[in-house]
Design a protein around this ligand. Structure first.
Ligand code: GLY
Length: 220
């Protein structure tokens, strides 16, 4: 409802990687009914919250603070329709400017370079997408803090909100084992990565880097 409902990205996963074949194909109409979420297991509601938190991180400090002000998903539920609308509106604005993902739309990939590698590492059978994005957002922010590319304490703020919505921030995989999957990701052509980093919560930027950015003994 908050991310893939809008923007027209359609794709399929191949054994070699996620979303390796796809197209941009815009729908005629998008209908979102938040009550449908009541039919989901808690794990997949939390999964969606990973993308909601992403929108707060990349574009909307107020949304992030709103999420941080609740103590659980149940607590936040009365504001759900408004929150979904806010995410969709951010995405609409981004996609209207950059439908084909050559500029600003890349900001929507915050956390995704690591996330795709994590999902692939366990053959898409362990972490859900939102869980992997959650780990990716926290871990990329931690790495960026160590390189003085993101202000200290940013990862910690993300961690607190992830905890509130039952989302993970680590998965026990050595970073070196994830780099191979990253080199196969279609977004990382020619060893060039467009990483998304936070200038601060609510403000993001594209940071061109190489795979060397991830050369570290860390376990993520
Ligand atoms: N889910 C990211 C995008 O639509 O670009």
């Amino acid at each position: 409802q908050v991310d893939s409902s809008v923007g027209g990205k359609v794709a399929v996963d191949l054994p070699q990687g996620k979303n390796l074949v796809g197209a941009f194909y815009q729908p005629s109409l998008v209908l979102i009914d938040p009550s449908v979420l009541d039919t989901l297991d808690t794990r997949f509601v939390n999964d969606g919250m990973g993308e909601v938190i992403k929108y707060g991180c990349i574009k909307d400090r107020e949304l992030f603070d709103l999420l941080a002000s609740y103590s659980s998903f149940e607590d936040l539920k009365p504001r759900l329709a408004e929150i979904i609308g806010r995410c969709v509106d951010i995405k609409r604005r981004v996609v209207e400017k950059d439908q084909f993902d050559t500029g600003e739309r890349m900001l929507l990939n915050f956390g995704h370079t690591l996330a795709h590698a994590i999902e692939q590492f366990h053959h898409y059978e362990r972490e859900s997408h939102g869980e992997a994005v959650s780990i990716g957002m926290y871990q990329i922010s931690l790495l960026a803090e160590h390189e003085n590319l993101t202000p200290p304490g940013t990862a910690d703020q993300i961690l607190k909100v992830l905890d509130t919505y039952g989302l993970p921030h680590s998965c026990g995989i050595p970073l070196t084992e994830l780099t191979e999957a990253m080199t196969r990701d279609k977004k990382n052509l020619n060893n060039k990565l467009n990483l998304i980093l936070l200038n601060e919560i609510g403000v993001s930027r594209i940071y061109p880097a190489s795979i060397d950015f991830f050369h570290s003994d860390r376990i993520v």
